[in-house]
Design a protein around this ligand. Structure first.
Ligand SMILES: Cc1ncc(COP(=O)(O)O)c(C=O)c1O
Length: 442
C-alpha cells in the first residue's frame, strides 16, 4: 500500500490556515471543530486536505459515507439522475426515485405487515417527523427519551435530546411532555447495579416507579431510543434491554421508535442495529449513511401507524431524486457485501483495540458492534474517573499523525470508518492510535 497517511506541512498548512481565517469571519461560530482539517477531496477512506496532506479517515464524515468517499457507483448514480431531474418536490408531485426507494425501505424494515416511508433531509427531520407522527397516531401528549441521547437540534428533536447542556442553553422553553430516563450504560450503571444480576433494574424502574408515580403510561405516545447510543458514547445496552423495554411499551400501547440515524444502514453489520436485539420497532428514523453523503432523511413506519392526512407533514426538498438514487445505490452496495464487511472488519477492529487495551491503562472500556466502535478513556481503571482532556489530546495528536478520529460522550473516541474499510486500513489505524497513546504516556 502507498506510504499514506502523508503529512508534509505543519497543520494547518498555509492554504488551510487562510481558509480557516475566512471561515472565522463568515461562517457560523456554532460549529464544533476538533482540529483544523480543511478538506479538498476524498476517495475511499483517504482524505486530502487543501495543502496536499493525506489522512486516513475513521470518521466517515460523522458516520455518513457508508460506501467510502466518492464511491464510483454512487457518483455514477448521482450523475445519471442529475441529467434527468434535480428537483420537483415529492410533496406535491410524483417521481420514480422516491417511489422506488420507499418500496425498498419499506421492504427492508423488520417486522410483519405493510410499511410506509416519509422523506426529509436530515436526521433531525426524520426524528421530528417521528415525534409528530407518534402524537398524530396515538393522540397522546407525553414521550419518553433517554439521558445521553442525541436526536438532533431542531426544537422537537432537541427536546428529545439529552446529550450536552450547550445544545439546549438559551433555547428553553422546549417542547413539553418529554421525560428523560437513564439508559442502560452498564460500564457506569446509573443505579450502581451490575448486569446481569441487576435483572435490568433500569427497565423495571420505568414500570415500577415512573409509571406509578409521575407518568400515566396511557398518556405516553412513544419511547424514543437509539439502539446503540451514538453521540452519547457508542453505548451498547445488554442484549435483552430493548426486548424488555419494548414489552413495557407494548403493554401500554406506547410506540417504540428506534433512532437509527447513526446506527442504521449496515454500520453494525446488520441493516438496522435493532436487529441485534430482536425487536421490531414501530417507527425507524434514518439519515446519515443512507445516501453515502447526499442529504436525505427517512422515516419508516408500520402502515397502520402512518395514518396522517394530506397536509399534516411535508418538506419541499425531502426525498430529493438525486439523493434517492444515491440511497438506492448505497443499499445495493450494502447488500452486495459492505454490510458483511462491516461485521468482519468491525470484529478485527474490536479485537485490535481490546489487545491495545492490555497495554494502555487509560483505555477503560472498548465496546461496539460492527463498525460502530468506541474506546472510553479513564484516569484510573478502578475509579473510572473520566479522562476528558486526555481524550481530546489523543484526537488532536492522531490528526497530526494523519488519522482522523472523532469523540463521542464526554471521554470516548469513536471509530466509525466507511463500510468499505479493509484489514490493512484498520491495522494502520490501530498502529497510529497505539503510537499516539504510547507517546502521550497516559
Ligand atoms: C442518533 C442520531 N439522531 C439524530 C441525529 C441528527 O442528525 P442530523 O445532524 O442529520 O440532523 C444524529 C446526528 O448525529 C444522530 O446521531
Amino acid at each position: 500500500m502507498k506510504k499514506w497517511p502523508l503529512i508534509h506541512t505543519p497543520l494547518p498548512g498555509p492554504k488551510a490556515r487562510k481558509l480557516i481565517n475566512q471561515d472565522r469571519t463568515y461562517v457560523s461560530p456554532s460549529y464544533t471543530r476538533y482540529y483544523p482539517l480543511v478538506v479538498e477531496k476524498a476517495k475511499g477512506l483517504w482524505v486530502h486536505d487543501v495543502d496536499g496532506n493525506i489522512f486516513l479517515d475513521f470518521t466517515a464524515g460523522i458516520a455518513v459515507c457508508a460506501t467510502g468517499h466518492c464511491h464510483p457507483r454512487i457518483i455514477k448514480a448521482i450523475k445519471k439522475q442529475a441529467d434527468l431531474l434535480l428537483h420537483m418536490s415529492g410533496t406535491d408531485f410524483y417521481y420514480r426515485p422516491q417511489i422506488i426507494l420507499a418500496k425498498k425501505l419499506a421492504n427492508l424494515m423488520p417486522g410483519k405487515g405493510a410499511k410506509k416511508v416519509y422523506f426529509g433531509n436530515s436526521g433531525a427531520e426524520a426524528v421530528e417527523a417521528a415525534f409528530k407522527l407518534a402524537r398524530w397516531h396515538t393522540k397522546r401528549e407525553l414521550n419518553l427519551a433517554f439521558y445521553g441521547a442525541f436526536h438532533g437540534r431542531t426544537m422537537g428533536a432537541l427536546s428529545l435530546t439529552a446529550s450536552k447542556t450547550i445544545q439546549k442553553k438559551h433555547y428553553n422553553p422546549l417542547v413539553p411532555g418529554i421525560t428523560h430516563i437513564p439508559y442502560s450504560y452498564c460500564y457506569r450503571c446509573p443505579y450502581n447495579l451490575c448486569y446481569p444480576e441487576c435483572e435490568l433494574g433500569c427497565v423495571r424502574w420505568v414500570e415500577d416507579t415512573l409509571f406509578r408515580t409521575t407518568i400515566p403510561p396511557e398518556e405516553v405516545a412513544a419511547i424514543f431510543v437509539e439502539p446503540i447510543q451514538g453521540e452519547g458514547g457508542y453505548i451498547v445496552p445488554p442484549p435483552d434491554f430493548h426486548r424488555e423495554m419494548n414489552k413495557i411499551a407494548k403493554k401500554y400501547g406506547i410506540l417504540y421508535v428506534a433512532d437509527e440515524v447513526q446506527s442504521g444502514m449496515g454500520r453494525t453489520g446488520k441493516m438496522f442495529a435493532m436487529e441485534h436485539f430482536g425487536v421490531d420497532p414501530d417507527i425507524i428514523a434514518l439519515a446519515k449513511g443512507i445516501a453515502s453523503g447526499m442529504p436525505l432523511g427517512a422515516l419508516t413506519a408500520r402502515a397502520e401507524i402512518m395514518d396522517w392526512e394530506a397536509g399534516s407533514h411535508a418538506s419541499t426538498f425531502g426525498g430529493n431524486p438525486v439523493s434517492c438514487m444515491a440511497a438506492l445505490a448505497t443499499i445495493e452496495l450494502l447488500e452486495e457485501g459492505l454490510m458483511e464487511n462491516a461485521a468482519v472488519q468491525g470484529k478485527h477492529l474490536m479485537d485490535g483495540l481490546i489487545k491495545l487495551q492490555q497495554s494502555h491503562e487509560c483505555m477503560g472500556d472498548v465496546r461496539g458492534k460492527g463498525l460502530m466502535v468506541a474506546v472510553e478513556f479513564v484516569k484510573d481503571r478502578e475509579t473510572k474517573e473520566p479522562a476528558r482532556t486526555w481524550r481530546n489530546d489523543i484526537i488532536k495528536h492522531a490528526f497530526e499523525k494523519g488519522l482522523l478520529l472523532l469523540g463521542c460522550g464526554e471521554n470516548s473516541i469513536r471509530f466509525c470508518p466507511s463500510l468499505t474499510v479493509n484489514t490493512t486500513e484498520i491495522d494502520k489505524c490501530l498502529s497510529i492510535f497505539d503510537d499516539v497513546v504510547r507517546e502521550m504516556a497516559l
